[in-house]
Design a protein around this ligand. Sequence first.
Ligand SMILES: [Zn+2]
Length: 53
Amino acid sequence: MSAQNHTQNCVVCSSSDDEIPLISITYKQNRTWTCFNCLPQLLHGKKDINEYI
Ligand SMILES: [Zn+2]
């Protein structure tokens, strides 16, 4: 049996929630996840969430 559906990954760097805390975000009716490392880059515009959704 597999529990794959439980695993979440950062939309930017693909880190799983086994490695680093992830934050759920919703945007344009999509629900996705980003990690603590990547969130500041999204907040400060260094990465564009549109490229990942
Ligand atoms: Zn990340």
